[in-house]
Design a protein around this ligand. Structure first.
Ligand SMILES: [Zn+2]
Length: 354
């Protein structure tokens, strides 16, 4: 598993082994530097795409200023909040991980068991990606809310699993195949089910889920009408929940999981930008949505600051590394915030107000 999904910094528990005993935040700042370098690569690719000229500047200036409290929690920064920014994706994955844990803790007394469900459709070309993601979203919403098949349809009577699916966290992932130059959009779902689901009459096998998920859609993809879409379904065992949450959090914030060089990014970034624009990458249903509402958690909101009221330390980025703002410079930390803060969200002083 990538280190980017461990609760390693801003949302870490105080006894987290990764950054504990690290009074100078060496490991934490090292992670920031690593993602900053990755952001620089993406920014270089953006520099050659006219529609990305503003975003390129945002990424270059992202996270040049950090203010950390004594526990390494980020209380102020100038993160750019761009969806395609690797540094912001990493911070987002930590936030979503922590928030999802809180939601599941809230549901703990209800004794749910959890499934990891992956719903796929056939690969598509760049020109079709936007439409195909829309299809995935609509179809999965209909499946989870029991609206996929009208009453009387021969498949409707198999949709009894809906009674046992009490809540869903749905995240979009898109992978890219370089050889074929096509895209594979699919959904990772964390599903809360009643414990009786596995032994009761509402249980649905993977084969039946494939049948229900595909329905009559195969011919739309020029497939034989008996060909089924791929579905992965597995029970998340006790003790594995954190890993499963981390996986879903990772997909949710880094919807494109691809090892690409500069050339690859040049090709893929405009396609993803158009396909993901304005879309909520995370969607909640049922008891998971209800728990999030009760906790006032919006997984799609990028606010991150955790105000502790204690002393903070300030760092600025230069020449590939973070440097602490010296005492005599602390009077004017504003000067260190070299980057623009798009949409006014990332301004340190705003977040730092008590
Ligand atoms: Zn950023």
């Amino acid at each position: 598993m990538e280190n980017t999904v461990k609760p390693a910094s801003g949302l870490k528990k105080r006894d987290d082994p990764v950054y504990s005993g690290d009074p100078d935040f060496k490991a934490l700042l090292g992670s920031f530097e690593q993602h900053k370098a990755y952001a620089a690569l993406v920014a270089s690719a953006m520099a050659e795409i006219p529609e990305f000229s503003k975003k390129e500047i945002s990424l270059e200036n992202c996270g040049t200023y950090l203010e950390l409290d004594g526990d390494g929690i980020l209380v102020a920064s100038n993160l750019c909040r761009e969806r395609l920014c690797p540094l912001c994706q990493w911070r987002r994955s930590l936030r979503v991980y922590g928030q999802t844990q809180k939601i599941l803790d809230r549901l703990e007394p209800d004794g749910y068991a959890y499934l990891h469900l992956v719903l796929t459709i056939p690969n598509c070309k760049a020109a079709d990606l936007y439409e195909q993601i829309g299809f995935l979203f609509r179809r999965s919403s209909a499946l989870f809310s029991d609206r996929l098949y009208p009453k009387g349809d021969q498949l409707a009577r198999h949709c009894h699993f809906k009674r046992a699916f009490r809540g869903v966290l749905r995240a979009l992932e898109v992978t890219y195949n370089r050889e074929r130059d096509d895209y594979h959009p699919h959904l990772h779902c964390l599903v809360a089910v009643r414990p009786s689901y596995f032994t009761g009459r509402d249980y649905v096998s993977r084969d039946l889920m494939r049948l229900l998920w595909t329905g009559y859609a195969a011919p739309l993809y020029d497939l034989d009408r008996l060909t089924l879409f791929q579905v992965y379904m597995a029970r998340i065992r006790e003790g594995e929940r954190n890993n499963a949450v981390a996986e879903v959090a990772k997909y949710a914030v880094k919807p494109f999981h691809m090892e690409l060089d500069l050339d690859g990014y040049r090709r893929v970034l405009p396609v993803l930008h158009r396909a993901l624009r304005g879309r909520r990458l995370l969607q909640l249903y049922g008891c998971i949505a209800q728990a999030a509402r009760e906790l006032r958690i919006d997984l799609n909101n990028d606010e991150e600051a955790a105000l502790t009221g204690g002393a903070t330390r300030k760092f600025y980025f230069a020449y590939g590394h973070y440097h602490e703002v010296k005492d005599d410079e602390k009077e004017e930390p504003e000067n260190r915030k070299t980057g623009p803060a798009p949409r006014g969200e990332a301004l340190g002083p705003v977040l730092a107000e008590p």
